[in-house]
Design a protein around this ligand. Structure first.
Ligand SMILES: Nc1ncnc2c1ncn2[C@@H]1O[C@H](COP(=O)(O)OP(=O)(O)O)[C@@H](O)[C@H]1O
Ligand SMILES: Cc1ncc(COP(=O)(O)O)c(N)n1
Length: 274
């Protein structure tokens, strides 16, 4: 049994954050563990409150997990502030964590800030360089490199620029996936590693219920990496998971509703697990 740790914020409505991660990991038939960085009061319409966890208590949660059930992969989502970022980075290095995927969550789809502005530097300098893969969406890409891509070519440019800043300039290895879910007419994603650019030509599924797509994608990638797939394949199968979950067209709540993980489960069990 593979063990996956998610370090993220709680979404009480169950669509994003820790709850989306645990659903995704469980659907991959793996064992999910969680270190919670913040509680959010949110639903399909928006975020009404955030309570950040004390950084020392985040450290205690990480010690409890790593000293007992060592994870095969770690997914990181909402990290709230720079104190939490610093302690997470320190603990991941201390425990020599493997297969780290960072979704650099900054602003929710509904427009609320989930990461303090002061924390972007700590995220960029301390957490991103130790990840095997980082998965910014279009607005996060703009925050990280100044380019707000509107086409596949601009996504390639941005992914290359972030790779240089985060990995090459720090003498580290890793990969960047610029996600195109916010593009108007396609859902193309672009992966950049040390030498190659891969383009995933996704078509846009007509479903406005996309709450938690980024959380789900990064968790599915972490599961696939834990299973021994390379980064390129891990993203490919995670994107397929998102497609199936979106195609099911579940429609809960008055706003942008959550994904249907049970619909993605059918494919996972057939194709990945014999
Ligand atoms: N309507 C859609 N149809 C198909 N794929 C989508 C759609 N919306 C998002 N995606 C995919 O979901 C994943 C998450 O992307 P995105 O929504 O950009 O992330 P975030 O939730 O971080 O904003 C990406 O692989 C993206 O291409
Ligand atoms: C706790 C938490 N973490 C992450 C997101 C981002 O998810 P999305 O971009 O799909 O709104 C969120 N809304 N809430």
């Amino acid at each position: 049994m593979k063990k996956i740790l998610t370090i993220a914020g709680s979404d009480c409505s169950g669509g994003a954050g820790i709850q989306a991660d645990i659903k995704t990991i469980t659907t991959h038939r793996m064992y999910a563990m969680s270190v919670i960085t913040a509680l959010t009061a949110q639903n399909t319409i928006g975020v009404s409150g955030i309570m950040e966890v004390d950084a020392d208590f985040v450290a205690m949660q990480m010690d409890a997990v790593f000293s007992d059930i060592y994870p095969d992969a770690v997914k990181i989502g909402m990290v709230a502030n720079s104190d939490i970022i610093k302690i997470i980075a320190k603990k991941l290095v201390q425990y020599n964590a493997k297969n780290i995927v960072v979704d650099p969550v900054m602003v929710s789809t509904s427009g609320s800030r989930l990461l303090g502005e002061e924390a972007v530097t700590a995220l960029r300098e301390e957490l991103l360089p130790i990840a095997a893969l980082i998965t910014p969406n279009i607005p996060e890409t703009k925050m990280l490199c100044g380019i707000e891509p509107t086409s596949e070519e601009e996504m390639e440019q941005a992914a290359k620029k972030i790779f240089t800043q985060v990995y090459q300039n720090n003498g580290r290895d890793g990969a960047v996936l610029v996600k195109g879910g916010h593009l108007i007419d396609s859902a193309v994603d672009v992966l950049r590693d040390q030498s190659v650019t891969y383009v995933y030509h996704g078509y846009k599924i007509d479903n406005q219920n996309t709450h938690g797509t980024g959380c789900t994608l990064s968790s599915a990638i972490a599961c696939n990496l834990a299973n021994g797939l390379n980064v390129y394949e891990s993203v490919k199968y995670a994107k397929k998971y998102i497609n199936l979950a979106l195609q099911a067209k579940m429609n809960l709540g008055a706003g942008s509703g959550p994904l249907n993980h049970m619909a993605a489960n059918t494919w996972i069990s057939k194709e990945i697990l014999d």
